[in-house]
Design a binder for this molecule. Structure first.
Ligand code: ZN
Length: 383
């Protein structure tokens, strides 16, 4: 080995050591973005009225409810309310034990006699990742549909409303308002994966973009090395998807779980967004039968998307946990274990220009198709 080669070898060893010691920077060697640069990249465009990309838009709709009932679940570290909007009467049925004790007693109905209810209960958990406002738009449109029979485009949605009327609906339009308040673009459609990384995951102190999976290796996301706090997090740096469910760090996940425990929904979705096609994800750490039921729902939802010329993923495989990197026990898993609901994560495309390219209108159509598939799925089971 000549001197130059040994010098290169030393540099390589130092590099490898530094990436091992400081994993948070390993993925972001080249990409930096300051807050000013990120703001300058936001396209100047009017967003359509049906698009709800911020808390102001949400507040307007929550204040004007006629049929729905709004309540406040909790206040975030940033002092913002988390709203719950419900439709349909709560049916009071026997409730003798918490869920896992009822399961231990081999009688799920001891937790809640769901079969005695006339209507299915469906729980929609809006974005716990604040920038994933596709679901905020979707859920505010669902509220508008339940109020008026039309979505915010003025499009008739009588049949979706009729399905909604046959269920009890629990809607948390924004699951992490602190994160949403930090999301300045109000939509990522037409932007890039780098914009998504900046606004979603944030940056380290030296302006390098955080990246997955490193962004999950520091939690809470607080301290000297944090730059722009991504919209994954509330103002205290908590990502509600990965709160410590047994000894909670933030208020959002416990508030969502409390509603699930009290209401005993039949079906619950945690609504997210990503770069690719719409996808219902395999719920982790739930029984195979629950996975199978969600897989069936995925098939129904994808068929509906197909019929409407909208993109979609293919159904996941039911399987047990395991392997070198098993899935995490996240909010979706916790939701199942607190109330026995069919529980899953939905990922909607943001419409990135370097991802699954869909328009804002198509994003709303994808959201509404999912909701329709969910309501039909549960109504069919009640028959
Ligand atoms: Zn997410």
């Amino acid at each position: 080995m000549d001197r130059r080669a040994s010098g290169q070898a030393i540099i390589l060893v130092v590099f490898l050591l530094s990436t091992a010691l400081f994993p948070t920077h390993a993925d972001a060697a080249a990409e930096r973005m300051t807050h000013a640069e990120a703001k300058a990249r936001i396209p100047e465009r009017p967003l359509p009225d049906f698009w709800v990309g911020d808390l102001k838009g949400l507040a307007l709709h929550v204040d004007g409810l006629k049929r729905g009932i709004a309540s406040m679940l909790c206040v975030t570290p940033g002092g913002r309310p988390i709203h719950l909007v419900s439709y349909g009467q709560k049916e009071n049925v026997a409730h003798l034990a918490n869920y896992n004790s009822a399961i231990g007693g081999r009688e799920p109905s001891a937790y809640m006699d769901k079969a005695a209810r006339k209507k299915p209960v469906v729980f929609f958990v809006g974005p716990v990742h604040g920038h994933e406002v596709e679901a905020l738009t979707g859920l505010v449109n669902l509220i508008q549909i339940m109020e008026t029979g039309k979505d915010l485009r003025g499009k008739d949605q009588t049949s979706l409303r009729q399905l909604g009327d046959r269920c009890r609906l629990m809607i948390v339009p924004a699951g992490n308002p602190d994160g949403t308040a930090r999301f300045e673009p109000r939509a990522l459609e037409g932007m890039t994966g780098d914009d998504l990384r900046f606004w979603g995951q944030g940056t380290w102190k030296d302006d390098t973009l955080c990246g997955w999976p490193q962004v999950k290796r520091q939690h809470p996301m607080t301290g000297e090395n944090v730059g722009f706090l991504g919209c994954y997090f509330d103002d205290a740096g908590i990502n509600p998807m990965h709160d410590e469910f047994f000894t909670p760090m933030g208020p959002e996940a416990p508030a969502i779980l409390k509603i699930a425990r009290e209401e005993g929904p039949d079906l619950v979705v945690s609504l997210h967004s990503h770069e690719s096609e719409p996808a219902l994800l395999r719920p982790a750490y739930v029984p195979a039968e629950v996975q199978q039921d969600i897989r069936l729902l995925a098939e129904e939802c994808y068929a509906l998307l197909d019929k409407r010329n909208l993109p979609h993923d293919s159904p996941f495989e039911v399987r047990a946990e395991g392997g070198r990197n098993p899935d995490s026990f996240n909010l979706t898993s916790a939701l199942y274990h607190i109330c026995g609901a069919g529980s899953f994560t939905f990922e909607c495309p943001h419409g990135l220009r370097d991802g699954c390219q869909v328009t804002l209108e198509q994003i709303l159509d994808i959201q509404l198709a999912l909701y329709e598939a969910m309501l039909r799925h549960e109504i069919d089971k009640k028959r």
